[in-house]
Design a protein around this ligand. Structure first.
Ligand SMILES: O=C(O)C(=O)C[C@]1(C(=O)O)C=C[C@@H](O)C=C1
Length: 239
């Protein structure tokens, strides 16, 4: 008896893997508006996955506020680019095995780091918390900030400059991003205890509900982590 056709078979037959990407989250995914080219850690990972599948990769632009809608409308086979595992998303699809451990932690002007060590330190009248819309950052801020002021700032590629310029006091985001942005704004912005974030989360790849596709992606990730290829891509973007 023939097994039912899977999404994996469909992708191989089509010759293209459609990868959903927001392009606003360095170093995972960045869309250069002038050239319309995506680059980043998860762009290299997507290209490697395409190669492993023997298919071309087509990047499908999406955005955090509409990621769920686009996933449900089947705009892409897999979402990559710093996507966190959430149970909401798990309800609609599958996640690969995790690729990174994360958690939300603050990033602030270096001079202010001492003021923002804990959530009670942060959640005070007069503190200006800035957040990008639609993802787990906004959810975390809304759940944990009652007395401080929340400003939603839509352009995630510019948001850290807002803190540097003094237009906001801090952002709470993934620990890996606070470390990365600290390096980009040396001496100006500092990550607050990125090794001890406020919560727990993981990065993984979010794929359409298909066991064969999940098994392939997991096996590819496992091999990549063992044979050094994951480490090489990681080092190129995070170290
Ligand atoms: O929603 C998610 O999965 C994310 O982790 C994406 C998210 C966010 O939480 O908003 C994480 C950090 C970036 O600054 C931008 C987007």
């Amino acid at each position: 008896q023939q097994a039912a056709p899977s999404r994996l078979d469909e992708i191989i037959k089509r010759g293209t893997l459609r990868v959903g990407m927001t392009g606003d989250y360095k170093p995972f995914t960045y869309l250069d508006k002038a050239t319309q080219q995506f680059s980043g850690f998860d762009v290299d990972m997507a290209e490697a996955l395409g190669k492993a599948l023997g298919v071309k990769v087509e990047f499908v632009p999406t955005a955090w506020p509409k990621l769920m809608k686009d996933f449900e409308a089947d705009q892409f086979d897999i979402a990559m680019g710093g996507v966190s595992v959430t149970l909401d998303r798990q309800r609609k699809g599958f996640f690969s095995t995790p690729i990174m451990r994360e958690g939300k932690t603050p990033i602030a002007r270096c001079a202010d780091v001492g003021k923002y060590q804990t959530l009670p330190d942060i959640d005070k009248k007069g503190t200006r918390v800035i957040v990008n819309p639609g993802g787990t950052n906004e959810r975390f801020a809304r759940a944990n900030v009652k007395d401080a002021e929340i400003t939603v700032f839509p352009d995630n590629t510019e948001i850290f400059n807002e803190i540097a310029k003094g237009n906001a006091d801090l952002m709470m985001t993934d620990a890996s991003e606070t470390r990365y942005q600290q390096k980009q704004h040396q001496g100006v912005l500092c990550a607050v205890h990125p090794d001890k974030p406020f919560d727990f989360s993981e990065k993984a790849y979010w794929l359409q509900r298909d066991m064969a596709l999940k098994a392939f992606v997991d096996q590819w990730l496992h091999i990549s982590m063992e044979d050094g290829s994951y480490k090489k891509i990681y080092a190129a973007w995070f170290d």
